[in-house]
Design a protein around this ligand. Structure first.
Ligand SMILES: Nc1nc2c(ncn2[C@@H]2O[C@H](COP(=O)(O)OP(=O)(O)OP(=O)(O)O)[C@@H](O)[C@H]2O)c(=O)[nH]1
Length: 184
């Protein structure tokens, strides 16, 4: 049976959240720029032999003053935190965003993947690969550099997140199993 998983895509304006999502779900790249208010997508995939029905919330670009919309929290299993490698400020925003998510959800950890998009624009790079890796280490999550434009590493972003969600679910159920043993 397919497992249903809900993912939200977060990041500053114009980092490529919609392009990444559209490339993943519909396999094409949108050259023109239309700011997103909110969009929802679905995709069926098989990862490591398991079928998933993935629901993806493509959110409006955020800044440090954006309020957390409850819609982006309820039932969401994990988040892609996207910056553009050509924008230092979009990278700096990810810490603020993660804090906001954790504060709103009320947990210390949640499945995340740090995504550095627009890797094809390497001549305009403002954020190094090492900085991306270090941030992901700090968040205890995976890091992927990708290009929605060239369809490089796009599947990887979503797959890593699904795998992160799976390991969290597995450890939750083993903890719950453990607790019930103690009660008995
Ligand atoms: N070169 C390059 N351009 C990209 C890439 N991804 C997105 N873009 C371009 O960047 C612009 C913004 O892309 P969007 O996908 O609309 O960005 P967004 O984060 O959804 O924007 P908001 O809805 O405003 O938050 C568009 O002109 C895209 O064509 C990429 O990987 N490489």
């Amino acid at each position: 049976m397919a497992k249903a998983r809900k993912i939200a895509v977060f990041g500053s304006r114009s980092v490529g959240k919609s392009s990444l999502t559209v490339q993943y779900v519909e396999n094409h790249f949108v050259e023109s720029y239309y700011p997103t208010i909110e969009n929802q997508f679905q995709k069926k995939v098989v990862i490591k032999g398991q079928e998933y029905l993935i629901e993806i919330l493509d959110t409006a670009g955020q800044d440090e003053f954006s309020l957390m919309n409850q819609k982006y929290l309820i039932g969401v299993h994990g988040y892609l935190l996207v910056y553009s490698i050509t924008s230092r400020s979009s990278f700096d925003l990810l810490k603020i965003m993660r804090d906001k998510i954790l504060d709103s959800v009320g947990t210390e950890e949640i499945p995340l993947v740090v995504v550095g998009n627009k890797s094809d624009l390497y001549s305009q790079r403002q954020v190094t690969i090492e900085e991306g890796q270090n941030l992901a280490k700090e968040f205890n999550c995976s890091f992927v550099e990708c290009s929605a434009r060239l369809n490089e590493n796009v599947d990887e972003c979503f797959q890593r997140l699904i795998q992160g969600i799976e390991s969290t679910e597995d450890s939750k159920s083993s903890t719950e199993g453990g607790e019930s043993c103690v009660i008995m």
